[in-house]
Design a protein. Structure first.
Length: 598
């Protein structure tokens, strides 16, 4: 431990430089074992230009290591020093005086983070074994460290561990760090700009100019009172919006002057939302059946709307035995050999599936049947892009997290080809090559309490992917025109595509992650009022929709409560969360309002 302590404290306390043109940089590899033992090694980084690369051979990892922490001298600071750290989830903190504490990021939305200290600024990009990492900021006795942790679980790594440290100018902002990663993703052709991709793709072009409107039609009680459902004990489905009622929603949209929207039908399938996956067909008769669904799709398209539907390939219920599709062979198994069953939802006990057998047995045939109904647009597959890849231990189809990611991408690519585009639940970028829309990027509710080491939430993901993937920034921004002014403003500040949801609130108990204010249509008066709130968003989006094709180039705090977001076409949006109006460049930005500068 002595060598680690000397190098670390010299870098952190005495200001040694991390200049990549100077001496070679050593990083510390701190291994921890189940019995509490630790082992410290050092590694010299290999340089190429402004990038330092760490490679730890999988064969060099000590046997039985539970975790590995990697400490770079640029990523350490004394409390009170200038600088900051920013994580892939958008959580941003500075090195101010604080009590001892830890921030732990377990969500690999992007395999990267940024840090700036007086010793240098860098974007840290994790490569080999990236899905096995968590990202940390820790302060202990006035010393901050920012580092990745590899969760090895006492197993031999399936790949070499590798990290690229991209060094930036000393005054680099979090926007610079995000743009560094965006450049990497573009150069290695993981993604392409929307401006390029909409050409020759009418489905994606339409989506980029329209709001997402989700319509939950039917669902069984959530959480379910019956864990393992059969034909005899399956709970009844609540019918909220039949296909006939949906057609009346279409009519009301047109009556109120909404000419463009992408509808997504949720719970159209047998048993409603999350009713009997992987069983989807037949179309539920309680909603009107297949003939009426085809009529509704055709009506929406004739009215000028794009229409898609919601499906799921990551979860399964034993209720699917009612349709003869239940098979433990497609389930994911954990290390102990048991199935991965993690919650109870509409179909009962929810089991995680392995994407390999799901792809091989269901995906192509189901997508062909769905396409044959007439749907066309950004087809929606739930869950995948809002969770980390998983490990499957089933002997018949074992997958590492890397393998899980690859099979998931095959599922998404198949849907993208079939329908012209694809949406999923979040923005986890192992899916980024094959998603065109993220339903919501963050579950953080703006204005709620943050970890003590975090100062604020910033649009870090959006600085990377705005202009590449359409998105709604927050779960809380669902039905944003019904929400408080500050939440409404966040959608604008973060450049979001508005997302509205009829019956977003459907749980019998527990947290409604999209909020407690809802759009409903049980009566004609409710329908008219709900569409009126959608029309508010439609009118606002009409003047901002061009920004969906632009990169977000910078984001900065002008004051504690005022922020400036700048896009690649030069458009700037000033958002004011303060109690008073803010005077800026010869004009006023209203309290809890915004101003667009072109």
């Amino acid at each position: 431990m002595r060598r680690f302590s000397i190098v670390f404290f010299l870098a952190a306390l005495f200001g040694l430089s991390c200049d990549v043109h100077g001496a070679e940089t050593e990083v510390q590899l701190l291994y921890k074992f189940k019995d509490g033992k630790t082992e410290t090694k050092t590694a010299v980084l290999v340089r190429q230009g402004n990038v330092e690369r760490l490679v730890v051979s999988k064969d060099a990892v000590p046997e039985g290591a539970q975790i590995l922490d990697v400490h770079h001298p640029c990523a350490a600071a004394k409390a009170g020093e200038d600088g900051f750290y920013v994580f892939c989830t958008g959580m941003y903190g500075t090195f101010k005086e604080r009590p001892n504490g830890i921030f732990r990021n377990t969500a690999n939305v992007m395999p990267m983070f940024g840090v700036r200290t007086p010793r240098g600024a860098m974007t840290v990009v994790l490569d080999g074994m990236r899905y096995e990492t968590e990202h940390f900021a820790e302060v202990k006795n006035g010393i901050y460290t920012v580092f990745p942790r590899y969760i090895l679980d006492a197993e031999k790594p399936y790949d070499d561990i590798s990290i690229d440290f991209h060094h930036l100018a000393g005054a680099a902002t979090y926007a610079d760090m995000a743009k560094c990663y965006r450049k990497i993703q573009l150069e290695r052709k993981v993604v392409r700009p929307l401006k390029e991709r909409v050409k020759g793709n009418p489905v994606l072009d339409y989506a980029s100019k329209s709001m997402m409107v989700r319509v939950r039609q039917g669902w069984k009680p959530v959480p379910s009172p019956v864990g393992e459902q059969t034909a005899e004990n399956e709970p009844p489905m609540k019918v909220a919006i039949t296909f006939d009622r949906f057609m009346q929603i279409v009519d009301e949209f047109k009556r109120q002057g909404i000419d463009k929207a992408e509808f997504c039908l949720v719970g159209w399938n047998i048993g409603g939302h999350d009713g009997r996956y992987p069983q989807i067909f037949p179309v539920d008769e309680r909603l009107g059946g297949e003939a009426k669904l085809r009529e509704a799709i055709a009506k929406a398209q004739k009215a000028g709307f794009q229409i898609v539907c919601h499906t799921n390939n990551s979860d399964a219920y034993s209720a699917s035995r009612i349709g003869g599709l239940w098979d433990e062979g497609y389930l994911l198994r954990r290390k102990d050999g048991n199935f991965a069953q993690y919650t109870t939802w509409g179909g009962g006990n929810m089991y995680e599936t392995c994407p390999q057998p799901i792809f091989e047995r269901f995906v192509k045939s189901d997508l062909e049947k769905i396409r044959a109904l007439g749907f066309r647009g950004l087809h929606y597959i739930d869950v995948f892009s809002t969770v980390n890849p998983r490990t499957c231990r089933a002997p018949e189809h074992p997958l590492t997290k890397e393998g899980y990611a690859e099979w998931t991408k095959k599922i998404l690519a198949e849907a993208q080809r079939e329908f012209g585009g694809l949406g999923s639940e979040g923005g986890f970028d192992y899916c980024i090559s094959n998603i065109d829309y993220g339903l919501y990027i963050s579950f953080y509710v703006p204005g709620t309490k943050l970890n003590p080491l975090i100062d604020r939430h910033v649009p870090f993901w959006h600085l990377v992917y705005n202009g590449i993937v359409l998105n709604n920034p927050y779960t809380a921004a669902t039905n944003y025109t019904t929400k408080d002014p500050a939440t409404r403003l966040k959608l604008i500040e973060f450049g979001g595509r508005p997302m509205f949801y009829f019956y977003s609130k459907f749980r019998e108990s527990g947290n409604n992650w999209m909020g407690d204010i809802d759009l409903t249509c049980a009566t004609d008066a409710e329908l008219v009022e709900s569409v009126r709130k959608v029309k508010e968003g439609y009118d606002e989006f009409e003047s901002l929709k061009h920004l969906q094709l632009e990169f977000m180039e910078s984001h900065e705090a002008l004051t504690e409560n005022v922020f400036q977001t700048t896009f690649s076409d030069g458009t700037r949006i000033i958002t004011n969360y303060g109690d008073t109006d803010f005077v800026f460049e010869g004009g006023s930005v209203k309290s809890l309002g915004y101003r667009v500068l072109k």
